[in-house]
Design a protein. Structure first.
Length: 261
């Protein structure tokens, strides 16, 4: 080995000091970047990336951006909620527009019950927004299997005054079994007894005519039948009997609703 001074050897300390300060500055920059990165992640800031697409796609996305750039997480949630609101509003506006077309009926209906005092107040408040009310007025006596009309005369007067179509609901609730408990055995006895079935249908038509009502909403639940034939036959008989007593101003109809079988 050749003895003597090395090629990069120097007696000056400047090079070593320069190396030390350069290293310190580099470490300082790294430490400074750490809180910046943490704050960025905490705020949910998403820096915009270059669009990796052709020129036409770039122009289209810049002209119609789907999601604005440089939004934090909270702002993105607000933007998405507002965007969803606009989509729902557009859909509802289209439905309203379609419902206003000639030949398409616009039904604005609501149920009414006597056992809730708030129902009457709500009826008075919102009756001008409705064109049909379905009051829960027709019941079946679980002992005699006959119709029990429970007409609320005050509510009837409000409906008549506002000229809405009144389509009372008939159900097979058996109060002796509990509040709101449907009883399929009542229906079974009526559907398989021609005399009871005919009497019930005649009573329905009689009260529709007496109170000048426009139809009946059949809400029979908890069937014991093996098929739909008995209830379909009942509905058809009800329709024939009701329409045979058509009113002078309104044709009686018998819309049917079965919510459970």
């Amino acid at each position: 080995m050749i003895q003597g001074k090395q090629i990069f050897q120097t007696s000056s300390s400047w090079r070593w000091e320069n190396f030390k300060w350069t290293g310190r500055l580099f470490i300082f920059c790294i430490l400074l970047m750490i809180p910046v990165v943490l704050i960025t992640l905490a705020r949910g800031i998403q820096p915009g990336l270059p669009l990796l697409s052709n020129e036409m796609d770039t122009v289209h996305r810049l002209a119609q951006p789907l999601v604005p750039l440089a939004m934090n997480e909270k702002e993105l949630k607000k933007y998405k909620g507002f965007n969803d609101f606009l989509a729902v509003k557009k859909k509802n506006d289209q439905l309203i527009k379609n419902s206003a077309k000639p030949g398409i009926p616009n039904v604005r209906a609501a149920f009414y019950v006597d056992w809730d005092p708030q129902s009457f107040y709500s009826l008075e408040k919102n009756i001008d927004k409705l064109n049909m009310v379905l009051p829960e007025w027709f019941f079946i006596d679980p002992v005699t299997d006959t119709l029990q009309p429970r007409i609320d005369n005050d509510a009837l007067a409000v409906m008549k005054k506002n000229h809405v179509r009144i389509v009372p609901l008939i159900n097979n609730i058996n109060s002796k079994k509990g509040v709101g408990e449907f009883d399929g055995t009542i229906l079974h006895r009526i559907l398989h007894n021609p005399a009871k079935k005919e009497r019930l249908i005649n009573d329905i038509a009689k009260y529709l005519y007496q109170y000048q009502l426009q139809g009946i909403n059949i809400d029979f639940e908890e069937f014991n039948e093996k098929g739909d034939e008995p209830i379909i036959a009942f509905s058809r008989s009800c329709m024939r009997n009701c329409t045979s007593r058509a009113l002078s101003l309104h044709r009686i109809s018998c819309p049917m609703m079965m919510t459970s079988m």
